[in-house]
Write a protein that binds this ligand. Structure first.
Ligand code: ADP
Ligand code: MG
Length: 303
């Protein structure tokens, strides 16, 4: 097959690993910098070009769209979908996963456990909102934050109120803000489950090194191998499915109420391979081999 990896970082470990495994399986692979792609929108003939070549010739694409280029990247993916190119991650699903509020709504509707979450545009409601969550401390997060930036722990109502006011003030593009119960049992740790095609192919626990409550590897968190319980495994798979993602990095926390999903990443990093010694690139290529011949499935998430 002819496979294109849409990635702005040809030197990224994930991009290199995907290419390597696809080549091993006998496919032709190109890495396409989607930021340099351009699209032409015409009646009945959408096309995407890269360095003068039409990308319609590919049998499948693997989008690795970064969070800071979601809009452009997913527009390119959408255009390719319209051309009938198979994509392992749909533009709609990638877009949805980039909004934590929308994700929480979808996951809750699908019956997946999530931390109790509220949202509002008005910091005057803060007392009532915090009471709904069972009191402080609470977590306040920007719906479009990544790598742990934009996630704040507020110990008191007073602190929560000023954080919210600051967020609202600097928030001209209307990004939503979530307020969440603080899962103190597992502060500083979370679990990343790497899901491909309805199966958890690797999982690791991340622990912050200092006393940060955030366990993101980008914040200096460290990964170790962890074995998931059957319930955790099922919940991770269900979360990926609810989001309409065939490849997903599902983050969850162990809590007294059982596993709770924090977020579902559409372009999960492959650092998990180094931590767990599991191959996550191969199952992605195998999934494409099995599914690319079919048309892109109709999205059924409904949100
Ligand atoms: N409700 C919560 N309770 C306790 N810790 C949390 C909560 N939400 C997030 N965290 C911590 O903060 C980290 C970052 O939050 P997350 O929602 O995953 O945002 P990001 O997209 O920035 O990674 C998580 O990995 C977790 O360690
Ligand atoms: Mg996260």
């Amino acid at each position: 097959m002819k496979i294109a990896i849409l990635s702005n970082g040809p030197g990224n470990y994930s991009t290199k690993r995907l290419k390597e495994e696809a080549l091993k399986r006998g496919h032709e692979v190109d890495i396409i910098k989607y930021r340099d792609c351009y699209a032409s929108i015409e009646k009945n003939s959408p096309t995407v070009s890269y360095r003068g070549e039409d990308l319609g010739k590919y049998d499948a694409i693997i989008p690795r769209i970064s969070a800071n280029m979601t809009r452009y990247g997913t527009a390119i993916v959408r255009q390719l979908e319209m051309q009938g190119v198979y994509t392992i991650s749909s533009s709609l699903a990638i877009n949805r996963s980039r909004d934590k509020l929308r994700s929480m709504q979808i996951l809750a509707k699908a019956g997946v456990g999530i931390p109790k979450t509220v949202f509002s545009r008005n910091s005057a409601d803060i007392d009532d909102l915090i009471d709904k969550l069972g009191g402080t401390p609470v977590i306040i997060k920007l719906a479009r934050g990544t790598h742990g930036n934009g996630v704040v722990l507020a110990e008191t109502k007073k602190a929560a109120k000023s954080v919210l006011q600051a967020f609202y003030l600097t928030n001209e593009d209307g990004t939503n803000i979530l307020i969440q119960e603080f899962i103190k049992e597992s502060a500083g740790t979370d679990i990343r489950a790497f899901v491909v095609g309805g199966r958890v192919v690797a999982s690791m626990k991340r622990q912050s090194l200092d006393d940060d409550f955030r366990s993101n590897l980008h914040k200096g968190g460290q990964g170790t191998v962890v074995k998931l319980t059957l319930e955790e495994r099922k919940m991770a798979v269900r979360a990926a499915k609810a989001m309409g993602l065939n490849v997903a990095g599902v983050d969850l926390m162990r809590s007294e109420q059982g596993p709770l999903i924090l977020e579902v990443n559409a372009s999960p990093g492959f650092g998990i391979e180094t931590v767990t010694k599991r191959n996550v690139a191969l199952p992605i290529i195998e999934y494409i081999e099995l599914n690319a011949k079919r048309r892109n499935k109709k999205d059924k998430v409904g949100a």
